[in-house]
Structure formats: C-alpha cells, structure tokens
Design a protein around this ligand. Structure first.
Ligand code: F1P
Length: 345
C-alpha cells in the first residue's frame, strides 16, 4: 500500500494542480482577499509539517506574514499563537478531517476569533472538519489507505503553495508547480535507486536530516516518516544551526541527508566538510553537484527553492520505506500508530 501511494504522487499532483485553482478562486470570491493581514497554518503530526512548509511558502510568495503552530496551541495558547486583530486566514490541515485537535481548533476559532476565516484542508469528503470550517479544500484522490502520510503530505502542501501563488498573482510559480508531475516521473528511477541503496545500507544507526527555508518543514517530515516506519534514531535541523552544538553527536555511524536549496549554496560546502571530518556519511539532495558529498541526487535545477521542495519528498519517503524493509519491518503496519488520533477529553 505505502509503496503504491508513494509512487502515485505524480498522478495525484496532477489532480491537485487541476482542481485547486478553481476551488481557491471560488473561496476568494467569498471573502476580501485584498485585506488579508496574516495567514495562520495549523496541523498535527505530519500535518504540522505541512503547516510549517506552507507558512514559509505563503510569506515568501505573498509578502503577507504567516506562521505555523500545532493545532492544539491555537486553542490552548491562543494569546501567543493567534493574531488578535486584522483579517487572518486560519488554515486547519488534517488528512482525516476528524483529528480531535483540528475539530476543536476550528470550532474555537469560529467562536472566539471571528476575525479568523477558517479554511479546512483535508483528503476525506464530508468530514466534520468540512462541516465546522467556513471554507474547505478537499483532495479525495490524495487519500491513503496506509497509516503513514505520503501523498497526502505532498498534495496538501502543493495545494497550499498554489493558494499562495494565486493570492500573490504569481503565474511563474504556478507554472513551476505545474511542471512537478512530469519532473517526478522523469526522476523516479534515479530517486528510487538511491533510496533503495541507502535504505538497505547497514553502515549507520542514526540519521540526521538537514534543511532550511522551504526545506525546514520537509526535513521534519522526513524525520517523522523515518521514525514512524523504522523507529530509527533521527533528528532534523537547519544545516547552519547544526554546527552550533548538535554536531557533537556525529560519528562514523551517522548518516546525514542534506536537502539543499540555491539560497544557502555558498554556505554548505563548509557544513559538508565538517560533517565528513567527524566521520558522517553525507548524502546531498539538491539542484547542484554538491562537493564533498558521498552520494548526490541532483534534481530540480529548473525550479526555484519553493517548488523544488515538493519534488524532494518522494526520495525521503522511499528511503524510509526501503529502510523499513531492510530491517524486516512492515511499512504498512507502523508500530504504535493509527490513522487518526482521537482525544477522550
Ligand atoms: C495526522 C496524524 C499523522 C500521524 C498519525 C496520526 O492527522 O497525526 O501525521 O502519522 O498516524 O495522525 P490528520 O492529518 O489526519 O489530522
């Protein structure tokens, strides 16, 4: 199941690219887009990392401030997480559309913060999230049967990037996003080969994912995916921050995967050199040929950092999948997890 859903992404991305522009056009006609002062993105688990990536993309694309918080923060610490004035868009992200925190947050915002327009985004039809939110973006073709979220992550992120491009009137970004399905098909053989060979390697027992800017949410998600599917000890950091302390955990049993962008290119040669010096095996995923890396996946040269971020995800998902197989685990049955978390309270 999981493997099929990972490989289905080029197909489901095409559907998202087809659907979302008209859905957002309709939503935006029902509200005054001109006056938006802030966009707040909320989610739990994988959906929180969609929120982080989407907030980064929204602010960078539109120039309107944006932030991301766990959905629970919006109702338990609303004074520090929800802007108290202005016209705020509140995106509540939930694959299932039934996670307790997502539902509580939506109802709470509508009751206590009427200046926040609630917009649900989910992969299930006719959910409680849709019923409770003022507007909803539904991507049923990105639903998974698997417990772990793969295509739902990329499709909900892609949908929110499309929204950001529409709010900004940025047709160049829309064109780049439209190129993703074909690029994913073109790169899949090389992506899968590298994911399989690193996944089955026994040369490491801890993994660090490094990325900044649009790739920060991605590396958190890559880390969560690896934990969920393999229970490997793994962490995510900004690559420059990693040298300020955490680098002391690096040894010759450490695998480090760098998800790179153009913006930080000038700074990463130093980072890679340090990582190698302390014994790590370094994999570089990026648009350029990275000096000093042991393995390189060069993809997305024709894209900007924002659009390229989505293209990186299948590699991180396939890596977790193949590592699970090589450890004798069943990626379709991750330990201690279920599709939805429902609170008793
Ligand atoms: C998603 C989520 C997953 C996680 C777990 C429980 O909730 O938190 O990220 O893998 O299995 O559910 P949602 O997106 O449906 O709200």
């Amino acid at each position: 199941m999981t493997h099929r859903e990972i490989l289905n992404q080029s197909v489901s991305w095409s559907e998202t690219i087809q659907l979302v522009p008209s859905v957002w056009k309709e939503i935006s006609q029902r509200m005054d887009e001109e006056r938006i002062t802030h966009a707040l993105f909320m989610g739990s688990g994988t959906s929180l990392y969609i929120a982080q990536s989407a907030a980064q993309a929204f602010m960078e694309t539109t120039g309107i401030t944006a932030s991301a918080v766990p959905t629970s923060e919006s109702f338990l610490s609303s004074a520090s997480s929800v802007p108290q004035t202005g016209k705020v868009l509140g995106f509540v992200i939930s694959r299932s559309g039934t996670t307790s925190e997502a539902l509580i947050a939506t109802s709470f915002l509508r009751e206590h913060h009427p200046h926040v327009t609630t917009i649900g985004i989910t992969c299930n039809e006719d959910t409680e999230l849709e019923a409770r939110s003022e507007h909803c973006i539904v991507l049923p073709f990105a639903r998974e049967r698997s417990v772990v979220m793969t295509q739902s992550f990329t499709n909900m992120l892609l949908a929110l990037q499309i929204v950001a491009a529409q709010v900004a009137g940025n047709d160049a970004l829309l064109d780049e996003l439209s190129a993703l399905p074909q690029l994913s098909v073109d790169h899949l053989p090389v992506i899968e080969e590298l994911a399989r060979s690193i996944g089955k390697s026994t040369a490491y027992d801890k993994v660090i994912h490094l990325g900044l800017g649009p790739n920060e949410g991605l590396v958190r998600e890559a880390t969560l995916k690896l934990k969920e599917m393999t229970q490997t000890i793994c962490e995510a950091y900004n690559p420059l921050e990693f040298r300020h302390g955490p680098i002391s955990i690096v040894d010759d049993r450490t695998l480090i995967i760098l998800y790179e962008g153009v913006r930080e290119k000038a700074y990463l040669a130093d980072v890679r050199r340090d990582l190698k010096q302390y014994g790590a095996q370094v994999v570089s995923v990026g648009p350029h040929d990275a000096t000093g890396a042991d393995n390189k996946l060069v993809i997305g040269q024709e894209l900007g950092d924002l659009a390229r971020c989505v293209l990186y995800l299948p590699f991180s998902q396939l890596f977790a999948y193949y590592r699970a197989l090589s450890l004798g685990l069943d990626p379709d049955r991750p330990r201690n997890l279920s599709q939805v978390v429902v609170l008793d309270a």
